[in-house]
Design a protein around this ligand. Structure first.
Ligand SMILES: O=C(O)CCC(=O)N[C@@H](CCC(=O)O)C(=O)O
Ligand SMILES: [Zn+2]
Length: 336
């Protein structure tokens, strides 16, 4: 296999490759751009006009998605997977990956859409670099732009695999993209309804990509991801990469649960207290009247919404950040 196909090894070792560009037997060009960043370009005659950004390791301890990207890259480097799409592979937070931690100083996925400018430290610098790499990758006109930012969650989930679809004023969520996600094994999609500071929100909002955060299961260390079944996603990604995806009409939304955000629970102070068991699963239902959280100045979060569920509850986040999302069932009415 070509050395650049070992992007994960290079990244974990903190090494820069001696040769920055390599050609596979099929004439696919691989170009190392920066730590954890590799561009794959098919020969011009095979290029189908899709620019695909695949990112993982934005949180360093979420290893199943990192291993998935590593397998795809190996297949391309060996010539077993012949891309027709142009691809940017990104490992988001190499230092956190080396340490096996979600982040080192601060969560990279809270530093996009300009947030890194009012922050400091290497994670702020990395968020800036990731924005620059994505912007440069998605700078070519008249091409389709697709971004999947792959994650696993801190806790177990009643719905194992789901996507979060960013929001932008005046832009409708795409039915076709949702059907594609369903075919990739996603069981639910959370349709966001306000701007956000995560990576997928940046590429959706600023770069015009169809972008998603995908949650694939529970976070585990490298080599311990037998419980995370990414088979359907992997098959679909291979089809997207080599242009063999079934026609869009064959995809449907059947079985896909849609949710929208009712409220984001923001932790304002060290007095924040979340009234949930430590082992509560994502998508757990909460009854109307339930006291979910309390914070300074007698702030109380009481459930008012029928059918409310909680995802990503985390009282340990820094003050000012999201400590959970309250979601409610949604319909497909507003889709384009
Ligand atoms: O399990 C958790 O609490 C977090 C899992 C995770 O990292 N999720 C992403 C979601 C990004 C989005 O809102 O699109 C995150 O919190 O960064
Ligand atoms: Zn994550």
């Amino acid at each position: 296999m070509l050395a650049l196909g070992k992007l994960l090894e290079l990244t974990l070792a903190g090494r820069e490759p001696a040769e920055k560009t390599q050609l596979t037997v099929d004439g696919v060009r691989m170009r190392w751009l920066s730590e954890g960043a590799l561009e794959v370009r098919p020969p011009e005659a095979r290029d189908n006009g899709l620019d695909l950004l695949l990112s993982a390791g934005i949180h360093g301890n979420e290893t199943a998605p990192i291993e998935l990207l590593d397998r795809l890259l190996h297949d391309i480097a060996r010539g077993d997977l012949k891309p027709r799409a142009r691809i940017l592979f990104l490992f988001g937070n190499p230092e956190a990956m080396r340490r096996g931690e979600r982040f080192v100083e601060q969560d990279v996925n809270r530093l996009f859409n300009g947030r890194h400018e009012s922050s400091s430290g290497f994670e702020a610098l990395r968020a800036c670099e990731l924005e620059r790499l994505a912007a440069s990758f998605f700078s070519q006109p008249d091409r389709q732009r697709l971004h999947y930012d792959l994650h696993t969650a801190i806790r177990g989930s009643k719905i194992e695999q789901f996507a979060l679809y960013p929001w932008k004023d005046g832009r409708q969520h795409s039915r076709r993209e949702l059907a594609r996600l369903r075919a990739a094994g996603m069981e639910a999609v959370l349709l966001q309804n306000k701007p956000s500071i995560v990576f997928s929100a940046y590429t959706y909002d600023q770069l015009g990509a169809e972008s998603f955060t995908l949650e694939l299961g529970k976070a585990r260390p490298f080599g311990q991801n037998q419980g995370v079944n990414v088979e359907r996603l992997e098959t679909r990604l291979k089809q997207i990469i080599d242009g063999s995806e079934p026609p869009a009409e064959q995809d449907s939304l059947d079985g896909l649960q849609l949710f929208s955000v009712a409220r984001e629970v923001i932790k304002h102070s060290d007095s924040f207290h979340l009234h949930l068991p430590a082992d509560i699963e994502n998508f757990s239902e909460l009854e109307v009247g339930y006291l979910l959280a309390e914070d300074i100045a007698q702030t109380r979060w009481v459930i008012e919404e029928t059918g409310a569920r909680i995802i990503f509850p985390n009282p340990k986040v820094k003050n000012g950040l999201r400590a959970g999302i309250l979601i409610v069932p949604a319909t497909a009415d507003g889709l384009a």
